[in-house]
Design a protein around this ligand. Structure first.
Ligand code: PXP
Length: 239
């Protein structure tokens, strides 16, 4: 059965909007775990717009399932990963102006930088996942540079405005997942997934874990965080 890792960045976004210490993503992470999530994801961005260094340090001590640290492949972040030792590092591209991560890593252009980052993080005994678009070339490059896992970007599929676009985007995800599986990579998937789009993944058993943030936190505002997580856990159980 696929697992669910919940991204709690948006809880920190709300806190930062007021510049006080509420709501706390550390509390959110505990609720998310109690409600049945298999992991907690945080993205420590270079600009610290939501998650702060303090959050990651405390989460390392409090998370009971697994802590997944999303980060850019920079010297600063690699140093933090070394100190924190998350259960998984997911390397993502990062642009200051973007609202959220916009696309997968371009491993053609950044092969050397990413390979060096993987090597350095591996030396600490931490496995590395690469956030990539559903593109066979990117999957093969991920394998070549010794990634342990790929997180396949599901954003184009989730944002498709018609059935053809959705179907084409899903085929690319499915083909990429099958290729990654053949190459011996672990496979996660995420970005833009919600309570309806998740249902399309029924039968795509190559995917080990879904990384979901926005839709769960948005639902949590209306129905409560524990219920929002439980409802997603139930949908993933049915896949
Ligand atoms: N995976 C990655 C690599 C991301 O950057 C994000 C967004 O922070 C997510 C998954 C979660 O996306 P969403 O918030 O749209 O569920």
């Amino acid at each position: 059965m696929a697992q669910l890792a919940v991204n709690v960045d948006h809880v920190a976004t709300l806190r930062q909007a007021r510049g006080i210490n509420l709501p706390d993503p550390v509390t959110a992470a505990a609720i998310v775990e109690l409600a049945g999530a298999d992991g907690v994801v945080v993205h420590l961005r270079e600009d610290r717009r939501h998650i702060q260094d303090r959050d990651v340090r405390i989460l390392r001590q409090t998370v009971k399932t697994k802590l997944i640290l999303e980060m850019a492949a920079t010297t600063e972040m690699i140093g933090i990963a070394k100190e924190i030792k998350p259960d998984l590092v997911t390397l993502v591209p990062e642009k200051r102006q973007e609202l959220t991560t916009e696309g997968g890593l371009d491993l053609h252009c950044n092969e050397e930088t990413v390979a060096e980052a993987i090597n350095s993080i591996h030396k600490q005994g931490t496995p590395v996942s690469l956030f990539v678009n559903p593109d066979p070339d990117q999957i093969e490059l991920a394998r070549k540079i010794a990634a342990d896992c790929v997180e396949i970007h599901t954003g184009t599929f989730c944002d498709a405005i018609d059935a053809t676009g959705r179907s084409n985007a899903f085929s690319r995800i499915a083909q990429s997942a099958k290729l990654a599986h053949k190459l011996g990579l672990e496979i996660n998937a995420g970005h833009g997934l919600g309570y309806h789009t998740i249902k399309s993944f029924k039968g795509l058993s190559e995917i080990n874990e879904f990384s979901i943030g926005h839709s769960i936190i948005a639902r949590a505002v209306m129905v409560g965080l524990a219920r929002a997580v439980r409802e997603m856990v139930e949908l993933i159980k049915e896949l």
